[in-house]
Design a binder for this molecule. Structure first.
Ligand SMILES: Nc1nc2c(ncn2[C@@H]2O[C@H](COP(=O)(O)OP(=O)(O)OP(=O)(O)O)[C@@H](O)[C@H]2O)c(=O)[nH]1
Ligand SMILES: [Mg+2]
Length: 154
């Protein structure tokens, strides 16, 4: 019996991302700070070839506090924009997004569209839910939440 290792919903999501990427100004790639390379999907490299992308090393509170700065140094050396966050801390999430907006699309006055993606359980929903929280200065960011595949929550 052949084992289907690439189920239909994954293909569906890939196609959706390819379609939507041209409509966004920047991408927040949510990673697990404890394993920033292993929690990255190589498909995102291809997808974001011509798009500004900020790697967000989330769950930094669970990671080794001495190792996370080394990862950030590694990304900086490779000229890959990255920062670390604790997704439940609204101020950190706010600064992550502001950094992304500042670097990616400085001169645009209109509202910006930012795609938030990552492998399961890295904290995408937490970050999106934290963002419009009470401490998020003057609600400068508003969220429209679209799930990655119709039948599955992002
Ligand atoms: N300690 C800690 N826990 C976090 C952080 N961010 C998210 N979590 C927890 O990690 C778990 C997964 O977070 P979600 O936001 O559901 O992750 P997700 O990427 O949306 O997951 P999927 O929708 O399944 O892909 C939840 O229990 C969160 O409370 C963080 O920065 N620190
Ligand atoms: Mg989610």
């Amino acid at each position: 019996m052949a084992i289907q290792w690439f189920p239909g919903h994954m293909l569906e999501t890939e196609n959706l991302l390819i379609k939507e990427i041209s409509r966004v100004d920047a991408v927040l790639e949510i990673l697990d700070a404890r394993l920033p390379l292993a929690s990255a999907n190589p498909f995102v490299d291809k997808l974001c070839k011509h798009k500004f992308r900020l790697k967000v090393l989330n769950k930094a509170d669970l990671a080794d506090p001495e190792t996370t700065p080394l990862w950030l140094e590694y990304f900086e050396k490779n000229r890959i924009p990255a920062l670390s966050t604790c997704g439940t801390e609204s101020s950190q999430v706010f600064y992550a997004l502001r950094d992304c907006v500042d670097k990616a699309v400085r001169n645009k006055a209109r509202k910006l569209k930012i795609m938030v993606l990552g492998i399961p359980n890295t904290g995408k929903s937490t970050i999106l839910n934290t963002l419009p929280g009470k401490n998020c200065q003057n609600r400068q960011f508003s969220c429209r939440y679209q799930t990655s595949a119709k039948s599955r929550p992002a």
